[in-house]
Write a protein that binds this ligand. Structure first.
Ligand SMILES: Cc1ncc(C[n+]2csc(CCOP(=O)(O)OP(=O)(O)O)c2C)c(N)n1
Ligand SMILES: [Mg+2]
Length: 684
């Protein structure tokens, strides 16, 4: 194994500039005389990449492109050497500097040019542009490191299906600063996934030299996970192609991850024109550039280059300049329309936890995947929801280390490959750790990749307090989740069989969050009561409405999640105590919100109370009230939610801080008093 750490003659570690010193040394000593003619295809591919990249810089300088572009000029052989060892069915996950990887893997250079020109004929219809590319066998995204666990998920699919394929996941050395990199390395090593991590070390992360951004050794990082390390550079080409081949073969044949550290140098600015590097340094590497030297030594390559340049120019000139329409872009996958169907809810006598378990079992039987921390037997999950499942489906249930972002990404990768993937986040509080995956990956893939990618990943998590778990294990963070566009957010309750929700979700092509509630797990599902009717409105994902069988409701109570069952159990007490007849609307789909059952009810009752599990500011209640107002329905409105403080562990104090039946009753009593005090209050 090589090491990337340099020592001087006295055994002192070289720190300042050591990487670049080594690069200089490699570049200086490079001998590529015998690389041709055997590797002509590879060199021509590198030339094509360089000419396409040069065309991009030209288009940018002439103001003919939007945004930004990160070219890989100088680094082309990295992409070419790795892709030379990949089949069409293998995958690449890539980053912002992805054009070379894309061309080397897919050959779709025209589609790439069109993409960056914002044309409908682009590989992603011009939506993603430079950093967000997708084609069969390839995806790239801009947030550093975010796609590594997605690559692990794709690799997990190959392993599960016993396919001979591998995933090559590219990052730059600056990205070694991201935590998710280590989650992916750990997951890939633990599960022996066929994933080749390629770290393109060009000595800089934007403006930050490696010495200021990467502590210690790069290769030791991978080696610490027991991952085999390969090392090559883009100056010594024969060695590079041999090493890349050995690395890919190792991953494919052994079915294990490997780490390929690729020494290279970008000859152009980080993106368009931002370059603070020493001009002498750049000039040195320009002079030593392998590709330029090969062209200089082989006149036939100069001809090839001219031909490529002309072909590219002709393409840019003649391509039809049409753009995707607004109508084509706008539609989302979210279930926004609800049917008129209304069905009576009647549940089996079974505990919530058991019903969720059975729903998951069905999803697994249909080929789904389940990932999470401590979910395997005999433990069966922190709340015992997954008990028995790893025994029944040992290959489909992945017990993971503490790596929320890692498993969310991995679930997304598995979902991309067609598995409905359930990811359990042990406590809702730790949804914070997967925000990058939610916001920058899964909720964007559908639009960003021009509707070519489906990610049926479902993130399940127990939310809420009332169990004394304290400030970081009791929160209701749903208002942060419903703010994510293109993400379906469901809230299960023990009022309705959760197996129904799993059933409704099966076949939904997009990502979804399923909020469960800690207080609900041990409860028996709601059973019919003669004085109340529980109905589900609007078909799949429809809201539940609990109304008195005989009395006319005069208050609309909207709730979801943790408070729903508590209020449902006491809705009759509310009448006795406050004289208010409540119609309880339980939202099972928080995003997108279906306001119709609420406006319909409020039009009749004139009073709306939204009970929110989390704190009110900028929350679910605010959205409900805004939509009711926009619908033109006037009403007396109130919000009840958690106090905007950390949830204390002490029982009585916790109780006081959270929305409860008592607080709803108190609010209604006050409202009644107000009604008596202010006759003629406006009703809709
Ligand atoms: C999470 C995240 N933080 C910051 C950025 C902005 N950014 C884009 S590229 C880049 C430098 C990446 O350096 P490196 O990983 O070495 O790749 P290179 O650009 O050298 O190819 C930065 C900071 C980003 N895209 N994602
Ligand atoms: Mg770099």
């Amino acid at each position: 194994m090589h090491t990337d750490t340099l020592f001087d003659a006295n055994g002192e570690r070289l720190s300042e500039g050591s990487t670049l010193e080594r690069f200089r040394c490699w570049a200086q000593n490079a001998r590529n005389d015998s690389f041709l003619p055997d590797n002509l295809d590879a060199v021509e591919q590198a030339l094509l990449i360089r000419e396409v990249e040069s065309a991009f810089l030209d288009l940018f300088s002439r103001g003919l492109m939007n945004g930004t572009v990160h070219t890989c000029i100088g680094q082309e052989f990295s992409a070419v050497s790795v892709a030379a060892n990949l089949t069409a069915e293998d995958w690449i996950t890539s980053n912002h500097r992805c054009h070379g990887h894309f061309i080397a893997k897919t050959g779709l250079w025209q589609g790439l040019i069109d993409e960056l020109m914002g044309l409908a004929s682009g590989v992603c219809k011009g939506i993603g542009s430079s950093q967000h590319l997708f084609a069969e066998g390839f995806l790239s995204n801009g947030p550093q490191g975010a796609l590594l666990p997605v690559g692990s998920g794709i690799a997990a699919h190959f392993k599960l299906k016993r396919m001979p394929n591998i995933v090559a996941s590219f990052i730059g050395e600056g990205t070694l600063g991201e935590g998710v990199v280590y989650e992916a390395l750990n997951l890939a090593a633990l599960r022996s996934l066929p994933q080749l991590f390629v770290c393109e070390n060009n000595g800089y992360s934007q403006s930050t030299p490696q010495t200021a951004g990467v502590a210690g050794s790069i290769t030791d990082r991978a080696a610490a996970f027991g991952i085999k390390v390969f090392e090559a550079n883009t100056w010594q080409l024969a060695d590079l192609f041999e090493t890349a081949s050995a690395a890919a073969s190792y991953v494919r044949d052994e079915g294990k991850p490997a780490f390929l550290l690729m020494g290279t140098y970008r000859l152009k600015a980080h993106s368009k024109g931002d370059d603070d590097r020493d001009p002498e340094e750049i000039a040195f590497f320009e002079e030593k550039d392998s590709l330029a030297r090969l062209v200089a030594d082989h006149p036939s390559l100069e001809k090839t280059r001219t031909a490529l340049r002309n072909t590219i120019a002709t393409h840019i000139e003649s391509v039809e300049k049409t753009r995707i329409s607004v109508e084509e872009y706008r539609p989302d996958q979210l279930p926004r329309k609800s049917g008129a169907k209304s069905t009576a809810v009647s549940n089996e006598r079974i505990r919530m936890v058991q019903a969720i378990n059975q729903g998951l079992e069905k999803a697994l039987a249909a080929g789904g995947m389940l990932l999470g921390e401590d979910i395997c037997d005999p433990y069966g999950g922190a709340f015992k929801v997954t008990k028995g499942l790893s025994t029944r489906f040992p290959e489909q249930v992945i017990g993971s280390p503490i790596s929320e972002a890692g498993i969310a990404g991995m679930g997304a990768g598995l979902a991309l490959m067609g598995h409905e993937s359930y990811v359990e986040i042990m406590f809702g509080d730790f949804m914070t750790n997967i925000f990058d995956q939610l916001i920058n990956n899964v909720s964007k893939f559908h639009h960003m990749y021009a509707f070519q990618a489906s990610v049926p990943v479902r993130i399940r998590t127990p939310m809420g307090g009332k169990r004394g778990y304290g400030p970081t294990h009791s929160q209701s963070l749903e208002k942060h989740l419903v703010g994510i566009d293109n993400l379906l957010v469901l809230a299960a309750t023990s009022l309705e069989d959760p197996r129904q929700m799993t059933e409704e979700l099966s076949g939904y092509p997009g990502p979804a969050i399923v909020l469960e509630n800690k207080t609900d797990y041990g409860r028996m599902l709601w059973q019919d009561k003669p004085e109340l009717t529980l109905k589900k409105l609007g078909g799949d994902y429809g809201s539940l409405v609990l109304a008195p069988t005989t009395r006319q409701p005069n208050v609309t109570l909207v709730c979801y999640g943790g408070t729903a069952r508590e209020l449902a159990d006491k809705v009759e007490d509310l009448f006795v105590e406050t004289d208010c007849v409540a119609e309880l609307i339980v939202l099972t789909k928080l995003h997108p919100l279906d306001i119709t059952p609420i406006t319909r009810s409020v039009s009749r009752t004139g009073t709306l109370i939204v009970v929110e599990d989390g704190s009110c500011p900028f929350g679910i209640g605010a959205e409900v009230l805004a939509q009711v107002a926009e619908a033109g329905v006037a009403a007396n409105v109130y919000r009840i939610g958690a106090e905007p403080v950390p949830i204390p562990s002490i029982g009585e104090l916790e109780h006081e801080m959270l929305p409860t039946y008592e607080r709803v009753a108190q609010r209604l009593r006050k409202f009644k008093e107000g009604l008596r005090a202010t006759p003629g209050i406006r009703r809709s």
